[in-house]
Design a protein around this ligand. Sequence first.
Ligand code: TLP
Length: 346
Amino acid sequence: MSNFVDLRSDTVTKPTPKMREAMMKAEVGDDCYGEDPTVNALEELAAQKLGKEAAMYVPTGTMGNTAAIMTHIQSGEMVIMDSECHIYYYEMANVSSLAGAMPLLASAGEGCLDPDKVESYLLNTRHRPKTSLICMENTHNRAGGRVVPLENMESIYNIAQKFEVPIHLDGARVFNAATTIGVDVKEISKYTDSVMFCLSKGLSAPVGSVLTGTSKFIQKARIARNRLGGAMRQAGVIAAAGIVALQKMVDRLQEDHDNARTLAKGLAELDGIDIDIEKVDTNMIMIDTRPLGMKAEELAGELNKRGVKISIYGLHTIRLVTNKDVSRSDISLTIEAFRDLVNNLT
Ligand code: TLP
């Protein structure tokens, strides 16, 4: 066991004993023949939770997003998105290299899309390739786990409907968003045509994400998954943990959010730590390292020496993510590590 407090991500969470038990007992079959009962059960459960007709289990969120884009569009078309979204920033340019699309950036800040920019991109089609898809992300990772308000999603959805363009949601942490807004996740997914969500983040499954949408869309998406080499066989062994994640782990996400707030409040009291607590919507905290006179890498190294792992999110930005495996006492240890660091600076 490591003695580190690991705040790099919620992806670092280990499966629960219930997950391991379900994995051991999972009934399996060849999923490429549609014969894995556990995968089928997970897909049905996921579709029902998101209020969609069908779902497809994928190994990663990146594959789910890429398969969705490949399914919604033709190569040579354009896809509207935010300049800080995961699809644009982190996903190895798959939107261009695998789906063959050009991203059109329509950011409004804080993870939202600008309705006017979106509409003008959709209007102006005469001399340009077709704009065939809008991608959104909720919660928004690089915006610091911010919840994109339902109003923003609704206004983008209304424009999309008018121009008959689908919306894909990177909902890697959509259950965190629903928890903060205090609504059923369907209140978010109703403003989308497809949603990818991750089982392997705050929900703590060891592997896996799910892409949801209409039956026709998912049928086509299975071909995209094959093209990406992502068709699996007796995947019920891992899907079993995904079922436990959906059934048992959604209701505890508030605990991660409460821990993030406690951590943010504790850190904000220290000299040189500038955090806007009102922006801590979910399980993430972003910290600008400049008031400490340090670059993110240097600060990460200093925290590591004090037993805390964090992520570097820019030259002067670090990210801290609470998760199931970070306890209240880990929160206190982290505040003490920062205090020690700050005291040694002054
Ligand atoms: N995000 C990871 C890193 O890649 C940055 C993290 O630690 O947060 N969408 C969003 C919004 C994500 O945050 C991530 C992972 C993904 C998609 C991709 O999921 P995976 O890692 O399963 O491919």
